[in-house]
Design a protein around this ligand. Structure first.
Ligand SMILES: Nc1nc2c(ncn2[C@@H]2O[C@H](COP(=O)(O)OP(=O)(O)OP(=O)(O)O)[C@@H](O)[C@H]2O)c(=O)[nH]1
Ligand SMILES: [Mg+2]
Length: 547
């Protein structure tokens, strides 16, 4: 994984440390990636279980992937020859050859190992760093929230999506997080041992760390171990996946805002190099960096504004044909894009990874009765969603406030479906969507343990439809339900449409529900349910009808 906090900044200014190199990628304009550092220390596995401390492997498959590399065995015959001292010169020569051969072999092995750790993710080559996950369960956490083990499992999924290799994880129960290091000092030592044993390159915390905690932990773990938190990980995934200009700008903005208070560590090496003689130099430089970052943030905000303006113009043009808009919202991986693809034949990326979709996609759904509506797919939500990301994506998400109906897609086969529903509702409440009618869609019923029971339960509730976006089961029922609800959200109109406005009549048929049409000398008298926005367009013709 490349943790690209400030991907738009010049390397020479902000990241002078030699361990970072800069890479030009196709979708990421500039990013920095840690140079591969190869170590040849003995690697083993440790597991520690204390009274209050549990160690878990987030996923069995992850432990299998944990590479335990044995030390290179010395070839017996070669050693014997040297040890026997048959011909010392030759033996020495042989020994030398063997040493250089063995060094070469080590080097080649290292290269092989490193080469195999480059993985293709979203069309980009990502170096698969070894990651160790850490969580904290606070006593005040409510029972109905995600449990620590589940939260760590989700973190492991996030790490995997980002292209990291999770070697193990641990958590600690605390009454409250340690203000200095987030976890207790005993836990810090335990993680240090794990870092050595697994040759860990990145330690990821399940909660957002303060800049001070981040710094102290990096100091405590020492060496080249990178410490990051859930927020940085999610930001990195978004960065890897941003495909459009708007998404890239949104993510860069969120990353910079996240990075601004965390710049401190970048320049401490200056003071170290100068033997402490230029004390304060680092501090001055941090101020310079912060100023540069603030300027960059300002530039990004302006650029984002202009991209959004452009999109709004495009949307307004779309609004002129008042087809009702139905938006899909829901937890990441719930199946929103699969549903959009099934209903519209779209080709939106849908895969078993978190945050497959970042940009809203809208497609027309043609129903069997000839009616149509627009279906919009949106970015998925997650618990502990970084605040900087909510802010950056607010404008994209605010579009859903213009929908006629919100469909909350739920992966009903997920063991934490209820908690996921809660997390989504929390974000929705922040987006002021209370006035929009909502329909809950229990998806992946084919995957549920007891599909019949789930279907029965859904039938008993009038706000839920049960489907399988993958197999297509229940999709007709879903469309009918949308149709009924759209009708409820429409207004009744009687309008006299002049013959020269024939296109309006066909739009009424397309987006509304026509009850009756009569032809007169002045035009066509139509009685129908139409969307509110469209009813407004018809105002002059409605008046003609009254007169
Ligand atoms: N068994 C089963 N799998 C499904 C169903 N719907 C979606 N999936 C799978 O669930 C995974 C996630 O689906 P997506 O459509 O990408 O989910 P999403 O909600 O768009 O996810 P994000 O874009 O990450 O928010 C994919 O592997 C789908 O094939 C379903 O009804 N049944
Ligand atoms: Mg999606």
């Amino acid at each position: 994984m490349s943790l690209c906090f400030c991907s738009n900044l010049k390397p020479s200014i902000l990241f002078p440390e030699s361990k970072f190199r800069w890479i030009q990628t196709r979708t990421r304009p500039v990013s920095f990636t840690k140079l591969i550092q190869t170590k040849y220390s003995y690697r083993g596995c440790i597991k520690a279980v204390g009274e209050e401390i549990g160690v878990l492997s987030p996923d069995d498959s992850l432990s299998e992937r944990n590479p335990v590399i044995e030390e290179e065995p010395v070839p017996e015959t070669e050693v014997n020859e040297v040890e026997n001292g048959v011909a010392s010169v030759v033996a020495e020569g042989k020994a030398q050859t063997w040493i250089s051969k063995s060094e070469n072999k080590e080097k080649l092995d290292e290269e092989d190992e490193n080469a195999s750790r480059f993985k293709l993710r979203n069309g980009k080559e990502v170096f698969e760093e070894k990651a160790y996950l850490v969580g904290v369960a606070c006593k005040g956490d409510t029972e109905d929230s995600f449990g620590i083990e589940e939260s760590l499992k989700e973190l492991a999924q996030l790490a995997d999506t980002a292209g990291l290799l999770v070697v193990d994880s641990t958590y600690q129960k605390l009454s409250s997080p340690n203000p200095r290091t987030y976890i207790g000092s005993g836990k810090v030592s335990e993680i240090k041992s794990a870092i050595r044993a697994f040759d860990v390159e990145t330690v990821i915390f399940d909660d957002e760390l303060s800049p001070g905690q981040l710094r102290n932990l990096e100091k405590a773990f020492g060496g080249d171990v990178r410490v990051c938190d859930r927020t940085a990980l999610i930001l990195d995934i978004f960065n890897q996946r941003a495909a459009t200009r708007e998404a890239s700008l949104q993510v860069s903005l969120a990353q910079m805002e996240y990075q601004l208070p965390r710049l401190t560590r970048m320049w401490t090496h200056l003071e170290r190099q100068a033997g402490g003689q230029v004390k304060g130099m680092g501090e001055k430089q941090i101020e310079v960096d912060k100023r540069i970052l603030r300027t960059q943030i300002g530039v990004l905000k302006k650029e984002l504004e202009s991209v959004r303006k452009h999109r709004k113009q495009y949307r307004n043009r779309r609004v002129s044909v008042p087809v009702p808009v139905v938006s899909l919202v829901g937890y990441t991986n719930a199946g929103k894009s699969t549903l959009l693809n099934q209903l519209t034949g779209a080709d939106v990326l849908a895969e078993d990874q978190l945050f497959a979709t970042l940009d809203p996609t809208t497609r027309r759904v043609q129903m069997k009765n000839g009616k149509e509506f627009l279906l919009t797919d949106t970015v998925g939500f997650i618990q502990k969603l970084p605040t900087t990301l909510v802010a950056a994506f607010r404008a994209t998400l605010e579009e859903i406030a213009e929908s006629s109906i919100l469909v909350h897609v739920v992966d009903i086969s997920h063991p934490l479906a209820e908690q996921q529903i809660e997390a989504v509702e929390k974000v929705l409440s922040e987006l002021d969507t209370s006035s929009i009618p909502k329909l809950m869609l229990w998806n992946k019923v084919d995957k549920a343990e007891d599909p019949e029971k789930i279907k029965l339960e859904a039938k008993m509730r009038n706000d839920v439809v049960c489907v399988s976006a993958l197999t297509g089961e229940g999709l007709d029922e879903f469309c009918n339900e949308i149709q009924n609800r759209l009708k409820d959200a429409m207004v009744w109109v009687e309008a006299l449409i002049p013959f020269d406005k024939g296109e309006l009549l066909s739009t009424i048929h397309q987006v509304g529900m026509v009850e009756r049409t009569e032809y007169s000398e002045k035009g066509t008298l139509v009685r129908a349910h139409v969307p509110l926005r469209f009813a407004r367009l018809l105002t002059p013709m409605r008046q003609m009808c009254v007169s």
